[in-house]
Each structure stands twice: as structure tokens, then as C-alpha cells.
Design a protein around this ligand. Structure first.
Ligand SMILES: NC(=O)c1ccc[n+]([C@@H]2O[C@H](COP(=O)([O-])OP(=O)(O)OC[C@H]3O[C@@H](n4cnc5c(N)ncnc54)[C@H](OP(=O)(O)O)[C@@H]3O)[C@@H](O)[C@H]2O)c1
Length: 320
């Protein structure tokens, strides 16, 4: 099969479009023919070696932890899926990824893909939506009427977080630069904030939940907008427990994890029209380098997806 692999850590030039062995499903695992793979910042962070002390990856390593495709083969004991099922999922990021014609995934990490989305759009959903879901619902226990501040509401995680928070009945503040203010309004943000023109703490006050997707100064300044008992969630940098105690708030670093069960819930929401991915760019698998450059700019809105097989079923064979 064809795959985008790395043989060492480094810049986009270490991404190689080449032949790789087709994996075999073991007990409890499913072989999926990948139709599309979503691109996330974790892909280039792994490529650069940022995660090497946490995840036991070996070379050559296939990147990409978002997929939509079709079940091709079942390992022993698989009971939830059958051959031919259209599935989507966030595979275990400590294992190899989905920038490939095929991937082996545990059945617990998959769900049937939303009927209303074709594979490209479905592949953009799992990692970012699970992150938003697990942050707002599992960790912060968001309640209707609460006031939520979402940093980077236009980003991959942010645009799903805004929609999920609105669906739960929250009052939502979200930040982006000037060019994405209309997008924030379209997503349903109650008070869009242009971080290039305003200080978010001048607009967002008495906040129950802050979702920090930026870190650094943005995280530091976020403490002041929280009401007592509120919670600061970060996806990028563990917030200070001491500071949280001092202010009478809660703080948590969220590390998202695979969940087929939550993806099944998310598929229902998508099919009922309550949640939708925004796709910024679709590129062929062979152009993964370009996709990484775009993602690494830190200023794309919505999601980037890689087309792994063409709509007529023939696989991408173009050499990068
Ligand atoms: N811990 C976890 O499990 C987990 C899971 C998922 C993601 N993450 C991390 O979370 C971060 C965000 O991920 P993502 O997929 O949402 O990234 P992304 O899609 O690349 O985010 C891009 C967005 O960030 C906005 N942005 C950039 N600087 C900003 C600022 N100072 N204030 C507000 N918005 C700003 C941009 O809007 P403008 O162009 O308008 O500036 C752009 O729309 C990444 O570091 C990722 O690795 C962690």
C-alpha cells in the first residue's frame, strides 16, 4: 500500500510518500481501507519529535490520527462491525496513523460514520470533536446557561467546541482574528472577539469555562475572566494548580482519547443537523507536506483533510 511515512523527526521534508506493508488486524481489531485522513496539529508535532518522550513510536512511522473509510477485514472477536461498513475514528495515537491506504484500528475506537457526510468531511471530525466533547462535557461538565470562552473559535477544535457549547445551551464568547469574525457569528457565537483589536478580558467576564487552545500569554490572561468555581481547561499547556487554588477555580489539562461510543453520539448530532465540520482545504495524500505547512501556520480555519482514495475508488498514486 501507499503511505506517508517518516524515518526520522524533522521538518515537512521528512514526510515520504512510499510503499509500506499492509497491516494485519489482530483480535479485536479492524482493517480499514482509508478514504480520507484528517490533519491535526498533533501530526506535525509528532513529525518534529515533540511527543517522543510520551509516545513509544518506532520508525518508519505513518502519521495521521483521523480517518474515514470502509471496513475491509475483521480480526477475531470483532462484533460491532462487518465488512463493508463505512466507519470513522480517532485511532490510538501511540500507534501508527491513517496517512495510508489501510490502517488497523481497535473496534472500540471506531463508529459508523455519519450518513450525511462523505468520507472527506467525516475524516475531519473525530479528533477535534472528541477533544471538544471530552473537554466541555466530560471534564468541565458544561451546564445550560453557563458562560464559555473558547480561544481560537475558528480553529479545528474551536469550531466544534462552539457548536457543542451552543447545542448544550451555553452563552458563548470566542476569539479569532478579524478575518474569521463572520465565521464565528455563523457558528452561533454570542460574542465574537477579535483578538487583534480587543483584549478578550475586556469583553468576556464572569466565565464558567475557558477552553485554552493557545497557551502562553493567552492562558495567563485567561485566569482573570473566570468566576469563582469556574474552570480553565487547556489543550496545550498544563495550567498552574497553585494559581487555580489561589483564585478558587479549577484547572485541568485535557488529553483527548479515542472513543467509538462518543463518536456514535457525535454522528447522531451531525445527522440531525446540529453539528457540522467546516473544511478549509482538501489535498491528495501525496501532498501531505503542503497540508502540514498550512496547519503549522496556525491560522487556518476549520479543518484540512487528505483524500486517500478517489471517489471512484481508485487509490491516489501520485508521487509527491
Ligand atoms: N490535548 C489534546 O488532546 C489536544 C487535542 C487537539 C488539539 N490540541 C492542540 O490544541 C491546539 C489547537 O488545535 P486546533 O486543531 O484547533 O488548531 P488549528 O485549527 O490549527 O487552530 C488554528 C486557529 O487558531 C486561531 N488562532 C491563532 N492564534 C490565535 C490567538 N492568539 N487567539 C485566538 N485564536 C488564534 C486561528 O485564527 P486566526 O487565523 O483568525 O488567528 C485559527 O483559526 C493545537 O496546539 C493542538 O495541538 C490538543
Amino acid at each position: 500500500m501507499k503511505a506517508i511515512q517518516i524515518h526520522k523527526y524533522g521538518g515537512p521534508e521528512v514526510l515520504r510518500y512510499e510503499d509500506a506493508p499492509r497491516p494485519q488486524p489482530q483480535a479485536g481489531e479492524v482493517l480499514v481501507r482509508v478514504h480520507a485522513a484528517g490533519v491535526n496539529p498533533i501530526d506535525w508535532k509528532v513529525r518534529e519529535g515533540e511527543m517522543k518522550d510520551f509516545w513509544p513510536h518506532k520508525f518508519p512511522l505513518i502519521l495521521g490520527w483521523d480517518l474515514s473509510g470502509v471496513v475491509e477485514e475483521l480480526g477475531k472477536g470483532v462484533s460491532q462491525f462487518k465488512i463493508g461498513d463505512e466507519v470513522y475514528g480517532l485511532p490510538d495515537p501511540t500507534r501508527g496513523g491513517a496517512y495510508a491506504d489501510y490502517i488497523v484500528v481497535r473496534e472500540t475506537e471506531l463508529a459508523l460514520k455519519p450518513n450525511s457526510l462523505h468520507h472527506i468531511r467525516a475524516a475531519a471530525v473525530p479528533l477535534a470533536t472528541l477533544t471538544a466533547w471530552q473537554s466541555l462535557f466530560d471534564t468541565a461538565q458544561l451546564q445550560p446557561g453557563q458562560r464559555v470562552l473558547i480561544h481560537a473559535g475558528s480553529g479545528g477544535v474551536g469550531h466544534f467546541a462552539v457548536q457543542l457549547a451552543k447545542w448544550k445551551g451555553a452563552y458563548v464568547f470566542a476569539t479569532s482574528s478579524t478575518k474569521n469574525q463572520d465565521l464565528l457569528r455563523q457558528l452561533g457565537v454570542d460574542e465574537p472577539i477579535d483578538y487583534t483589536q480587543q483584549r478578550f478580558e475586556d469583553v468576556a467576564r464572569n466565565i464558567d469555562i475557558v477552553l485554552d487552545t493557545i497557551g502562553g500569554e493567552t492562558q495567563e490572561r485567561s485566569w482573570s475572566v473566570l468566576k469563582k468555581g469556574g474552570v480553565l481547561l487547556s489543550l496545550v499547556q498544563p495550567p498552574s494548580e497553585e494559581k487555580a487554588k489561589e483564585l478558587g477555580v479549577r484547572a485541568a489539562f485535557v488529553a483527548s482519547h479515542p472513543s467509538g461510543a462518543q463518536l456514535a453520539e457525535i454522528a447522531k448530532l451531525i445527522d440531525s443537523g446540529k453539528l457540522a465540520p467546516i473544511i478549509n482545504r482538501i489535498l491528495p495524500l501525496s501532498e501531505a507536506r503542503r497540508a502540514h505547512d498550512l496547519s503549522q501556520s496556525g491560522h487556518t480555519h476549520g479543518k484540512i483533510a487528505l483524500r486517500v482514495s478517489n471517489p471512484d475508488g481508485t487509490l491516489e498514486r501520485k508521487q509527491s
